[in-house]
Design a protein around this ligand. Structure first.
Ligand code: SF4
Length: 435
């Protein structure tokens, strides 16, 4: 029998979230909406198009966040809901059908169309799931049409990815129906990864001896994996609650693991998969050891800058707990407060076990109260959304934009030093400016 592969260093922190001091808050929030996810989703699913059904504000948000697309054939756009629609003077469904028809006639390269709901479409109660069903009938099999909500009414920005992937996962039964159960993929890696990171993990899984694995979402919308009771899935992001639920409904089971951020998180994540599929401990060590050693060496420079510095997380990306674990355990930073929009107790259990017992976690947000706590703590660095960063910088507090952490490839051994660098750079800049 195979020896269980241990984590590089044993957890020394909390046994459960119940042991931590969790401050629950409800009040005014400072977060982006789920439309933001389109920026990285459209890069990942290369034959999909994202049609936001929203206002000029929504169009402005998406366009300014992804301005470079002006130079290319875009893969997202906004069907504008204007005053006519809001006043109920026009049939929004007819308008939508017309826009979709125009788009699909002009762009035969589109194989999957996502209708993305927004605050305005929800306010006028435009039923996009029925619209997607109606339009699918007209355009199947050439184009599949799905819908999800990117509205800012109840979400934080990373939930846009979760909603999109959950909608896509609901398409899996159709792909599976054409195959026998033994064709189910063994390991499904779930969550958007930059292609370069996906390729690195792909090589690592192969070196570990795994042959039946797939990444979700796929790069081409038609390449949906076969998922069923024989499938074990591994999350790369802590914010994929709805997607995980759909996969569980298909019979897949989650592999409990920390998230692949930093050296320790990446090793723990790979070890969880390796243990599930019976990879011998010796083989695991042989494959991982050189990568671990190189990555740890690469962290030395940033550790000298970050060690002993304090950090405060405002709730935004939902990556806060894994990031805090990495910055504390591998780079020596002190955690003053770790805020998260929502703490998924099961998905984050392995991460929480690695946090120090006295970590102050906050869940939800009452932004004014949190700003007061931050000013009292005077941390060396604050991780927050764009809306808070400028005012805090004006008060002399160094900030890091949390959204940058989602746009940048940060997972895996080879990216550990790049991730640390994202935090070291603002402190170095501040020191240079003060000199
Ligand atoms: S979906 Fe809502 S929060 Fe997002 S840009 Fe549109 S109006 Fe603003």
């Amino acid at each position: 029998m195979n020896r269980i592969i241990p984590l590089q260093s044993a957890p020394a922190g909390c046994d459960s979230v119940a042991e931590l001091n969790v401050l629950k808050e409800r009040g005014q929030r400072e977060v982006f909406c789920g439309l933001t996810g389109i920026i990285w989703l459209h890069r990942k699913i290369q034959d999909a198009f994202f049609l936001v059904v929203g206002s000029r504000t929504c169009a402005h948000l998406v366009q300014s966040a992804a301005g470079v697309m002006i130079f290319a054939e875009p893969r997202f756009a906004t069907a504008i809901i204007d005053d006519h629609d809001l006043a109920g003077l026009a049939d929004a469904n007819e308008e939508l059908d017309r826009v979709v028809n125009q788009l699909l006639t002009r762009r035969p390269d589109i194989k999957m169309l996502f209708l993305v709901g927004s605050c305005p479409s929800e306010v006028i109660k435009l039923d996009l799931s029925r619209a997607a069903e109606r339009l699918s009938k007209a355009y199947t099999p050439r184009v599949r049409i799905l819908n999800y909500s990117g509205s800012g009414i109840e979400t934080t920005f990373t939930q846009g990815e979760d909603a999109c992937l959950a909608a896509l996962a609901k398409e899996i039964p159709q792909a599976r129906a054409e195959h026998a159960a033994q064709d189910d993929v063994d390991l499904l890696v779930v969550g958007c990864l930059a292609d370069v990171v996906e390729d690195q993990f792909s090589r690592l899984f192969t070196e570990l001896g795994l042959s039946s694995f797939a990444f979700f979402p796929p790069r081409r919308s038609g390449d949906l994996p076969k998922v069923g009771p024989n499938t074990r899935y591994l999350l790369v992001q802590p914010f994929l609650t709805d997607t995980a639920r759909v996969l569980e409904e298909l019979g897949a089971k989650r592999i409990a693991a920390p998230f692949p951020l930093g050296v320790e998180g990446t090793e723990g994540w790979l070890a969880a998969a390796a243990n599930t599929f019976g990879v011998p401990a010796e083989r695991f060590e042989k494959v991982i050891a050189p990568k671990r050693q190189r990555a740890m060496l690469a962290l030395d420079r940033q550790r000298q800058i970050l060690n002993g510095r304090s950090i405060f997380f405002f709730p935004d990306s939902q990556l806060e707990i894994p990031l805090a674990r990495f910055l504390h355990r591998e780079l020596g930073m002190t955690l003053t407060e770790v805020g998260m929009p929502y703490i998924h107790r099961q998905h984050l259990a392995q991460e929480i076990a690695l946090l120090p017992k006295d970590t102050v976690l906050s869940e939800g947000q009452d932004v004014e109260k949190q700003l007061d706590r931050c000013r009292v703590a005077r941390p060396d660095m604050v991780v927050c959304g764009l809306g808070l960063a400028n005012p805090l910088e004006a008060e002399g507090i160094t900030t890091k934009w949390s959204i940058e952490l989602v746009f940048t490839p940060i997972q895996g051994f080879d990216q550990a030093a790049d991730l640390a660098e994202l935090f070291a750079r603002p402190l170095v800049r501040k020191t240079k400016l003060a000199a």
